[in-house]
Write a protein that binds this ligand. Structure first.
Ligand SMILES: [Zn+2]
Length: 671
């Protein structure tokens, strides 16, 4: 799922010994109250205590001496400490927390206050519910909750009892950027995985009772993902992994746990993809923390080794479609708004996610293409060994991959990480003559250094891939190829992050769904115009259009050949009438891929001028109504076949390769 995020707390790099925080907490979610005893050991010459305004400090001492303090104008308490030596700060505070609101996903991304309610409590890291040292620290948390509630923080569970209320103690001995606390009326299921020479790994689900039937599958899959990445990168860095259900639409990964919205846990792709992504964040993001100041590489590496890797597991076709989808997203970004990877720190909106997730994932893909899978894996392991529980930057990745491959990768990282944008590639003056294929590969200025795959279509039906080394704006290409080359496809498998003209992407439904202006064209027999049947279909078609389209559609009438109006068009109607209308407009019928038994066919296409349109062709009114709920979710597809509301088949039409036909200087005499 794209809507999953690493919980981000931006802090400066730490230095010196690790501060340690000890918390003794009583949380009563039903009443929304928290009371805390905190003890903080740190070496510093000052400390700023900033709690949310509803938490009141009742006692504070420094090295055993009580201090009388009052907050400054900013609400924080500023403490001067003697000479940067080691100090122990002890404090008591208590008060109420915000109620748990109903939030949508966008709001969940904003900075949330600590919140408590019987149905679930979430006290985010860095949200003013504990004294925050401002640099990474280790901690111990003792938590008490009333009977019926259970809760956790990231870390190792050292003690737990459910007698006269819930009591648990957690320790986190590595540098933590903050502490998040989660509680709720959970049913906990557990599995212990034996580990050689170590205590067993504790896998848990913290689910609401209605999700209990999913627990076993989540435990199985968590174990499977942890085994996969432990083998690939290095042993799993924590003692536990928990899947925690959230009353909010969250998708957070934290050390040793993931906090996922209760409403999405039932969706199959959460277990199939998002769970693996969040497990992998225990290595990338929480095991090695990105150096936020120079760019967050962890989302790209996690996307490449999780979401994208699962496509590679499926098939090369699925992987190719994933790369194509990245390039399609890039094509939608205005060039002026493109940003370099160094500018990506967290996900804010669409464009930053296209760079921070898609481009970064493609950079790792291109790196593997360049240095080979063995050196790539070796580089990953080196990077992990060197930076585990530390902070690392893109420059550290470059260093470790260079060492693993024995190659100088400075140019590669500079052009893909520090530079915004992407090349546009084009083959010109392509000709074959007497056993030599000649061409010119052009790109913009300043040029990228690339290895560009080209696929030669060799007479009478052979296909051959060659790689072109390119470093100039214009590169002259000479390839010996004794047999006649009929055509050349440029990067036909989308292995390079580059800008592609829209016409080369296969049409998908989203082009019509998100168009700023769109038309709605009803296919109906003229004789039907005034009948109740036609009116009912028109009403349902309008309702469907409202769900599907961002634009308020303009009603269109078919006139002559060609699509009416000048905007993308949604065509809706009964099968026979749609076929008749398309024939009248001079547009092709449904793609053969969408043939098959079903009650509705939906497909995307473009007319001769490149204008996108989408067709919804249904057996009857009931079939049209059944599409209302599912259809908006399939904007990324070219064609769909439904039986009532059930999706029978879907697909993306084959892309049109960027094909250059080869000129020959003389008529060929094939023997
Ligand atoms: Zn992520």
């Amino acid at each position: 799922m794209r809507a999953l995020f690493l919980l981000l707390v931006c802090l400066p790099a730490w230095a010196g010994g690790l501060p340690h925080l000890d918390l003794d907490l009583r949380l009563d979610p039903g009443k929304g109250t928290l009371s805390a005893e905190a003890s903080l050991d740190l070496s510093a010459d000052h400390f700023d205590l900033q709690l949310v305004p509803t938490l009141k400090l009742s006692r504070l001492s420094v090295d055993g001496q009580t201090r009388l303090v009052s907050p400054g104008p900013d609400g924080a308490i500023h403490l001067a400490l003697a000479g940067g030596a080691a100090h122990k700060l002890q404090m008591s505070y208590h008060g109420t927390l915000a109620a748990l609101p109903d939030l949508d996903q966008r709001q969940v991304l904003a900075r949330l206050p600590p919140m408590a309610a019987a149905r679930g409590s979430f006290l985010p890291a860095g949200s003013g519910w504990y004294p925050d040292p401002g640099v990474p620290f280790s901690y111990r948390v003792r938590l008490r909750l009333p009977t019926g509630q259970k809760g956790l923080v990231p870390g190792t569970l050292v003690e737990e009892s459910d007698h006269e209320g819930y009591h648990a103690e957690y320790v986190f001995a590595h540098p933590a950027e903050g502490i998040a606390l989660m509680a709720g009326p959970y049913t906990v299921q557990e599995r212990l995985i034996p580990r050689a020479g170590q205590p067993p790994l504790r896998l848990r689900t913290w689910f609401y009772p209605e999700l209990a039937d999913l627990a076993a599958a989540y435990l199985d899959d968590s174990a499977r993902y942890i085994a996969r990445y432990s083998e690939r990168i290095g042993p799993y860095p924590f003692d536990a992994f928990s899947v925690v259900a959230s009353p909010l639409p969250t998708g957070f990964g934290m050390p040793s746990l993931t906090y996922l919205g209760r409403d999405v846990l039932r969706l199959p792709f959460i277990r199939a993809t998002s769970l693996g992504h969040e497990v992998l964040h225990n290595w990338w993001g929480n095991g090695v923390i990105p150096d936020w100041a120079t760019g967050n590489w962890s989302e790209g590496l996690t996307t490449f080794m999780a979401d994208y890797a699962y496509k590679e597991d499926q098939s090369e076709t699925a992987a190719r479609e994933a790369r194509l989808a990245w390039l399609r997203d890039l094509a939608a970004v205005p060039e002026a708004e493109d940003t370099p990877l160094t500018a990506f720190t967290a996900r804010h909106h669409g464009i930053s996610s296209i760079v921070g997730y898609d481009k970064a994932a493609m950079v790792f893909f291109m790196l593997r293409d360049r240095i080979g899978a063995a050196a790539f894996d070796q580089g990953l392991r080196l990077f992990w060994q060197r930076h585990r529980f530390g902070q690392a930057a893109w420059a550290d990745l470059e260093h470790d991959f260079a060492e693993a491959s024995g190659q100088d990768l400075a140019g590669f990282f500079r052009q893909w990480v520090e530079r915004a944008g992407a090349p546009r590639l084009k083959l010109n003056e392509t000709r074959w003559n007497s056993g030599i294929l000649q061409s010119t590969l052009e790109q913009g200025e300043p040029p990228y250094e690339l290895r560009v795959p080209v696929r030669l279509l060799v007479y009478p039906g052979r296909v051959e891939t060659r790689w072109l080394e390119v470093k100039d704006a214009t590169t002259r290409v000479r390839l010996p190829e004794l047999s006649l080359v009929q055509a050349v496809d440029l990067d036909p498998d989308y292995r390079i992050w580059r800008r592609i003209e829209r016409d080369h992407f296969p049409p998908i439904l989203r082009e019509v769904f998100v168009a700023p202006h769109a038309g709605l064209l009803l296919a109906s027999a003229d004789a039907d115009k005034a009948t109740d049947m036609a009116t009912d279909m028109a009403t349902d078609a309008a309702a469907l259009a409202e769900r599907l389209l961002d634009a308020r559609p303009e009603p269109l009438q078919a006139s002559g050949p060609g699509l009416p109006g000048g905007d993308p068009v949604l065509i809706v109607g009964q099968t026979g009438q749609v076929a008749a209308l398309l024939a009248r407009l001079g547009l092709p019928p449904a793609p053969p891929q969408a043939a098959g038994v079903g009650s509705a066919r939906v497909w995307a296409a473009r007319d001769a001028s490149g204008r996108p349109y989408a067709v919804v062709s249904v057996r009857d009114r009931a079939a049209l109504q059944a599409l209302q709920r599912p259809l908006p979710h399939y904007g990324g597809q070219s064609w769909l076949l439904f039986d009532a509301a059930h999706l029978v088949a879907k697909g993306i039409l084959p892309a049109l390769p960027e094909r250059t036909l080869v000129a020959t200087s003389k008529v060929l005499n094939q023997p």
